[in-house]
Design a protein around this ligand. Structure first.
Ligand code: NI
Length: 143
């Protein structure tokens, strides 16, 4: 079994915000990321898939195809957007990197199967210091 990772980048705006809380409580819990006037991050997205190398080509997956799928389904909808307001797969969710990683997993899981591989990890670097990894292990109904 081999693991391949493709990196894509996007930037997006968000606000960490629980709609049932006051601005003060949101600030207390989420800090600067709860700024009511939004702010943005330059995100690094790492999509890791796993599979066996093809006997003729030795390739696990065509990385061009993988990149195309990630861009079309994930990067295009997010890039230069406000993820609280205009990204379908984040609708109704707190715009955390945790939720983003789980949402991207849901979007890509079947897409990469079409390419003959399994999704292994969604890693999102929101900043150099704040990084989330998701391996598909949580019940999707719980967020
Ligand atoms: Ni933020």
């Amino acid at each position: 079994m081999l693991y391949l990772t493709r990196r894509e980048r996007f930037n997006a705006a968000h606000r960490m915000y629980h709609p049932e809380w006051t601005d003060d409580k949101n600030l207390e819990v989420f800090g600067k990321c709860s700024n009511p006037n939004w702010h943005g991050h330059n995100y690094n997205l790492f999509v890791t898939v796993k599979g066996e190398p093809h006997p003729e080509t030795s390739l696990v997956v065509n990385l061009k195809e993988l990149s195309r799928v990630i861009r079309e389904k994930v990067v295009e909808p997010l890039d230069h957007r406000n993820m609280n307001l205009e990204v379908d797969f984040m609708e109704g969710k707190i715009a955390s990197t945790e939720n983003l990683a789980m949402a991207i997993w849901e979007v890509l899981e079947k897409e990469v199967q079409v390419l003959g591989v399994k999704l292994h990890c969604i890693r999102i670097e929101e900043t150099e210091n704040n990084i989330v990894e998701y391996y598909g292990e949580i019940n999707h109904g719980n967020y």
